[in-house]
Design a protein around this ligand. Structure first.
Ligand SMILES: Cc1cc2nc3c(=O)[nH]c(=O)nc-3n(C[C@H](O)[C@H](O)[C@H](O)COP(=O)(O)OP(=O)(O)OC[C@H]3O[C@@H](n4cnc5c(N)ncnc54)[C@H](O)[C@@H]3O)c2cc1C
Length: 474
C-alpha cells in the first residue's frame, strides 16, 4: 500500500494501488499555525480521502504508521519525512511535483548557484518559449518591461474565489474543537477559505489566472496596492505545494496563452521563470544545503520576533506598509512576494531577527509554507544569514523603494524621505541602521560600495542609530 504524504494530493503522485493517507492532528498542537493554513491542509486531506482507494487514518504521529502495511511512497519533500520513510523501509519513487529531477539540476545549475544559469538551461531542456536555442522575443528576461508601480486606481482584476462546501464546515468544527479543548492555539483570523484545496478547484484556479490575470502578471509583479491583496498574482503556490497541480501543466497553460496571443511575452516569461526557475531552484537548494543551513546566522542576528509581528497585530502598527502586509497575512495566511521579501523579510533583516525563528514563523503563518521552500527564501534571500551563498548582496531597502512600488506611503504618518525625528520612516531609518550595524561584515562586498559611501556621508548617523536603538513603535 502506498503511503501518501499531505503534499502529494494530485494525480501525478498516485501510484495506482491502495493508498494510506495519515491525518496527524497533533501537528497543530506542536506549533502555532495560522488557522486558515490548518483549514486548507485538513480540507485538502479529507477531500482526497473521498476517493475509495484512499484510507484516511488519524494518528498521533507519523511514527505510528509502522503497523499499517505501507510498502511504498513517492519520495517526500523534507528530511524528517525522508528519514521516516526510510525507517518504515518504504520503496521510494523519485520525487515528483517539480520541473526537474536532482540529475537535471546537477547538469543544469552550472558551477555556482546562479538562478539565471539554471533557469536558461531549464528553458532549453523543457523547450519553453524557445525557437531552437534562441529564447522567444530574443531575450531571456523582460524585467526592464516589468517592475511597474501599480496604477493609482489599482488593477481591478477579479481573483479566483473558492466556493466552500459542507466539508469546509466539518473542518471548521474540528478546528474549533481543537481550540476549545486547548489542544491547539492558532494565529490569524478564521475566514472563508481562499485557496484551492481539491484537484478541480486547483484546475479552476489555474484557468482563472490564465484568463484574467496572466497578461498583467509581468508589469505588476512587484507592485503593492492598499486596496488589493492579490493584484495579478496567481494564488497557485498553495495548490502547487499541496501537489494538486503539476508545475509543468501550469507553465504549459501559460505558454499556450502566449501562443494564442492572449498574454504578452514579458508576462508569460516572468511567470514561467517563477515556476521552472525560482520554485525548482529553492527546492534543489533545500537538498544541496546541509541540515545546519537552518542555523546559519552570518550577520549574528539574535533578536526575537516582536510579539505584535508574530501575532499579526496589524492594527497596532502605524507604518502602513508593515500593517498592510501583516493584515494580509492575518486575513488570508498569504501575502504576495514583494510584501514577503521587501516588507516582512526586509523588516526581519533590518531589525536583526533570529533567522531560524523567522523561518519557522513564515512556515506556520503562510498557507503555502513548507520546510523545503522556506530556508532559501528566508535564511538565504531575505536575511542574508547564509553569508551570500545564494544572493550576492542583502535585499535591504528603505522606504523610498516601498514608496516607488506602492501607494502606501501617501497616507502614512511616517515619511519615507525622513531618517530622524518623529516622522522618520522606520523602514528608511531601519535600512541605514542595518548598514551601520553590519558595516564591518559587509563592506568587503564590492556590490555594497555605493551604499556604504552613502552611509559614510550621513550627517545624522549617530542620532539615527540612537533613535533606532530606542524604537519601540513602528
Ligand atoms: C520571505 C519569503 C517567504 C516565502 N514563502 C513561500 C512559501 O511559503 N511558499 C511558497 O510557495 N513560496 C514562498 N515564497 C515565494 C513567493 O513569494 C510565493 O511563492 C508567492 O508569493 C506565492 O503567491 P502566488 O502563488 O500568487 O505566486 P505568483 O506571484 O503568482 O508566482 C507564481 C509561482 O511561482 C512560484 N514562486 C515564485 N517565487 C518563488 C520562490 N522564491 N520560491 C518558491 N516558489 C516561488 C510559486 O509556486 C508561485 O505560485 C516566499 C518568498 C519569500 C521572499
Amino acid at each position: 500500500m502506498q503511503l501518501l504524504f499531505a503534499d502529494q494530493l494530485g494525480p501525478h503522485f498516485d501510484l495506482g494501488g491502495e493508498i494510506l493517507l495519515p491525518e496527524v492532528l497533533t501537528q497543530f498542537s506542536k506549533r502555532r499555525y495560522h488557522r486558515q493554513k490548518a483549514h486548507l491542509i485538513l480540507f485538502a486531506l479529507r477531500s482526497r480521502a473521498l476517493d475509495p482507494r484512499v484510507n484516511l487514518v488519524q494518528v498521533d504521529s507519523y511514527r505510528d504508521l509502522a503497523g499499517f502495511g505501507v510498502t511504498n511512497a513517492v519520495s517526500p519533500t523534507s528530511r524528517p519525512l525522508l528519514n521516516l520513510a526510510q525507517s518504515l523501509h518504504l520503496k521510494l519513487e523519485p520525487a515528483r511535483g517539480f520541473c526537474s529531477s536532482r540529475e537535471d539540476w546537477a547538469k543544469s545549475r552550472g558551477k555556482g548557484y546562479l538562478l539565471e544559469t539554471f533557469y536558461r538551461n531549464q528553458r532549453k531542456r523543457l523547450n519553453l518559449l524557445m525557437d531552437g536555442d534562441t529564447p522567444q522575443g530574443e531575450q531571456w528576461n523582460f524585467d526592464h518591461d516589468n517592475r511597474k508601480p501599480v496604477p493609482k486606481a489599482g488593477l481591478g482584476l477579479p481573483h479566483f474565489e473558492v466556493v466552500e462546501t459542507d466539508l469546509d464546515a466539518q473542518v471548521r468544527a474540528t478546528l474549533d474543537e481543537l481550540e476549545r479543548s486547548g489542544k491547539a492555539k492558532f494565529i490569524g483570523s478564521d475566514g472563508p477559505r481562499k485557496f484551492a484545496g481539491t484537484r478541480d478547484e486547483a484546475l479552476a484556479a489555474l484557468a482563472h489566472f490564465i484568463e484574467h490575470q496572466l497578461a498583467l502578471f509581468g508589469p505588476y509583479e512587484d507592485a503593492i496596492h492598499d486596496q488589493e491583496w492579490v493584484l495579478a498574482h496567481s494564488m497557485l503556490s498553495a495548490p502547487l505545494n499541496l501537489g494538486l497541480l503539476d508545475p509543468l501543466e501550469v507553465v504549459s497553460a501559460a505558454q499556450e496563452a502566449y501562443l494564442r496571443g492572449e498574454a504578452p511575452i514579458a508576462s508569460v516569461e516572468g511567470f514561467i521563470r517563477q515556476i521552472i526557475g525560482w520554485r525548482d531552484y529553492v527546492w534543489h537548494l533545500y537538498w544541496d544545503f546541509e541540515d545546519d543551513y537552518l542555523e546559519s546566522n552570518a550577520l549574528n542576528a539574535t533578536n526575537d520576533i516582536p510579539s505584535w509581528f508574530a501575532e499579526l497585530e496589524h492594527g497596532s502598527v502605524k507604518a502602513r506598509c508593515i500593517s498592510h502586509a501583516l493584515k494580509s497575512v492575518d486575513g488570508n495566511a498569504w501575502a504576495h512576494h514583494i510584501q514577503r521579501l521587501m516588507i516582512l523579510g526586509n523588516f526581519g533583516l533590518q531589525r536583526g531577527i533570529n533567522p531560524k525563528d523567522l523561518n519557522d514563523w513564515f512556515i506556520d503563518a503562510f498557507v503555502d509554507g513548507t520546510p523545503w521552500v522556506m530556508p532559501a527564501n528566508v535564511i538565504g534571500m531575505s536575511l542574508y544569514a547564509d553569508g551570500g551563498r545564494m544572493s550576492t548582496k542583502p535585499y535591504a531597502a528603505g522606504g523610498s523603494y516601498i514608496d516607488k512600488m506602492s501607494n502606501l506611503c501617501g497616507g502614512c504618518p511616517y515619511d519615507p524621505k525622513v531618517r530622524v525625528g518623529p516622522t522618520a520612516c522606520p523602514m528608511t531609518a531601519g535600512y541605514w541602521n542595518f548598514l551601520h550595524r553590519n558595516e564591518i561584515k559587509l563592506r568587503g562586498n564590492p556590490r555594497m560600495n555605493q551604499v556604504f559611501a552613502g552611509l559614510r556621508k550621513l550627517s545624522d548617523r549617530e542620532l539615527l542609530v540612537a533613535q533606532e536603538a530606542d524604537r519601540e513603535t513602528f
